[in-house]
Design a protein around this ligand. Structure first.
Ligand SMILES: CC1=C(/C=C/C(C)=C\C=C\C(C)=C\C=C\C=C(C)\C=C\C=O)C(C)(C)CCC1
Ligand SMILES: [Fe+2]
Length: 560
């Protein structure tokens, strides 16, 4: 039974911490609160708040060169574009939400992959869809909204891709526009600001959505999901691209800025409340024609770890009109793989070791290994490692995600544990931290208890696999001491990153919950809440419509 507008409006107002106004009443809170659609409305042709691009006709051949038909009638909702620009309403809760869970869960991700009947090629091309679930007193209010980047607004205005996305690039419709695009390439103006990847809460409370371009840092309002402004960096460090996963604490922000001209990385930090990145140090690449892709990186209490992967940026591919098999990158196995360690305080490089080849998007955590006298002997850095197999990027093409034939095609992944000695040895180690079969040889989209960031830790939460599959289809809790895993699975469901939220006042590392947005096989969508100790479901807050897959999350506690 879907809530009526007035009841959901009251619930919405109470839960989202905003003074509500009853439907039709003038005034109300300072921000224009969109008329929350009655839940049922979403399943019909709703009065659009802002009309989204028309949905593709299921089964209609995509305009792009007879690529065959995606989106058959049984296509998983995870790989279907979000149906409308925005929605907000009370969620039906099954089970019992912990009453200490009091705040807002946000998940960012590429949720719109179509413009008219044109379907995008790759998961990462999608325009950013921000999903919110506000929890209070055992109840939940949900919402989603498109992030209004320049790239997204231009696409809606012109009905075509106008900025260079991960694989989709503008098709020049005249020689003049081709020349214009060339000119804008070198300035980076044609690169996208579609901040569809991460969402972080800065130490001063601002909430930032991110992608891998510096210009794609966008401030949003965590309550209304309004696009507030570009996050303008007020420094001279420049940079076209940066790590999509800055390290954010209550007091500071660390990031890596790859240097594509003189291959290397700038390590920068920013105080909470500031927009000015400060230069800390620089790492020169040891191999290859370009820096390795740094989607994320780890830190310890005293060090920044700079990974140099053989999957390296390719400036030529950034400029190309058509994607290559590795998109903006090239695989340079012969160039070697390295891990560099920089001292946070001095900016000095204290270790630079060669390691076995690796492919990772996501580092899990890192910490300082110490001897009996408390001296730091090595850095341990854990990541979701794809066995140095770049075909994971191909797994993530939308056609492959939508066309699961039952064959087990998901490439294997593991918790890759680096050991980087600080005694001057030229080599580091890379081993699986536990038997990958424990988590079905799937491993990505990870989180930890943030109190253990950069410190020795025992538990990691991630997406694993129950095979055969073509995408990580389980949630897994990894115990790095016992070297075992607990797994959650629902037939045909596609769960996104399990995000750990600690119970206020908790002492034990796994005292809290893990929250994941699940795109279910029957086309529904819900926020799943698992007890982080038992890794058993304690509740689910159900959206009245299906949700596309999403990437990364953050938690905004109510009292902050
Ligand atoms: C990479 C560059 C760009 C775009 C990057 C974007 C839009 C997103 C990257 C997201 C990643 C790496 C997500 C990884 C997810 C991994 C999963 C789900 C693994 C599952 C397998 O087990 C720009 C913005 C186009 C600029 C150039 C570089
Ligand atoms: Fe990521």
């Amino acid at each position: 039974m879907s809530p009526t507008i007035s009841s959901s409006l009251c619930t919405v107002a109470a839960l989202s911490g905003r003074p509500g106004r009853r439907a039709g009443q003038p005034g109300g809170n300072k921000r224009a609160v969109a008329q929350p659609l009655a839940a049922a409305a979403v399943t019909e042709a709703p009065p659009a708040v802002i009309a989204p691009p028309p949905r593709p006709v299921i089964g209609a051949p995509r305009r792009r060169g007879g690529r065959g038909v995606d989106g058959g009638p049984d296509e998983l909702v995870a790989w279907k574009s979000i149906r409308q620009e925005r929605w907000e309403g009370a969620l039906e809760v099954e089970g019992k939400l912990p009453t200490w869970l009091d705040g807002t869960y946000l998940r960012n991700g590429p949720g719109l992959w179509d413009l008219g009947d044109y379907g995008f090629r790759h998961l990462f091309d999608g325009y950013a869809t921000l999903v919110r679930v506000s929890f209070r007193d055992g109840r939940a209010v949900g919402a989603h909204r498109q992030i209004e980047s320049e790239a997204y607004k231009a696409a809606r205005r012109h009905g075509k891709v106008c900025y260079r996305e991960f694989s989709e690039v503008p098709k020049p419709d005249s020689f003049k526009s081709f020349v214009g695009q060339l000119a804008s390439l070198f300035s980076g103006n044609s690169l996208t600001d579609n901040s569809n990847t991460g969402v972080v809460r800065l130490g001063d409370g601002r909430v930032l959505c991110l992608t891998e371009t510096v210009k794609g840092s966008i401030v949003v309002d965590p309550d209304t999901l309004d696009t507030v402004s570009k996050f303008e960096y007020e420094d001279k460090l420049g940079g076209l691209i940066h790590s999509a996963h800055p390290i954010v604490t209550d007091t500071e922000f660390w990031t890596l800025i790859p240097d594509l001209i003189r291959p290397g990385y700038v390590v920068a930090r920013m105080d909470a409340g500031s927009n000015e990145r400060q230069f800390v140090g620089r790492v020169d690449c040891r191999g290859g024609p370009a820096p390795g892709w740094v989607h994320s990186f780890p830190v310890t209490e005293n060090y920044v770890v700079v990974p140099e992967m053989p999957l390296r940026y390719c400036a030529a591919n950034l400029l190309r009109a058509e994607p290559t098999p590795l998109y903006k990158f090239q695989w340079h196995l012969e160039s070697g793989s390295y891990m560099h360690v920089m001292c946070k305080a001095s900016g000095k490089i204290v270790a630079s070791v060669e390691v076995p080849p690796f492919v990772t998007f996501h580092f899990i955590n890192a910490y300082e290994e110490k001897d009996e006298e408390g001296r730091v002997t090595a850095i341990i850095a854990d990541c979701c490692e794809h066995n140095a197999d770049t075909s994971i990027l191909d797994n993530l093409r939308l056609h492959n995600l939508r066309a699961f034939t039952g064959e087990d095609v998901l490439t294997d992944a593991r918790v890759g544990r680096f050991r980087i000695p600080l005694d001057g040895s030229p080599f580091g180690e890379l081993e699986a931290a536990l038997d990958p079969e424990e988590h079905g040889r799937g491993m990505d989209m990870c989180s930890i208890n943030p109190a253990h960031l950069g410190k020795e830790y025992r538990y990691a939460y991630a997406c694993g696999a129950r095979r055969p599959c073509n995408f990580p289809n389980t949630l897994t809790k990894i115990d790095l001491v016992e070297k075992t895993a607990k797994n959650w699975h629902e037939e045909g469901a596609v769960p996104s990153e399990p995000y750990f939220v600690a119970r206020p006042g908790a002492v034990e590392e796994d005292d809290g919950v893990a929250i994941s947005m699940v795109s279910a096989k029957d086309g529904s969508g819900y926020a799943l809440v698992l007890d982080a100790k038992s890794f058993k479901e304690i509740a689910r807050a159900k959206f009245p419509y299906g949700l596309p897959y999403g990437l990364h999350c953050c938690w905004v506690p109510r009292d902050k």
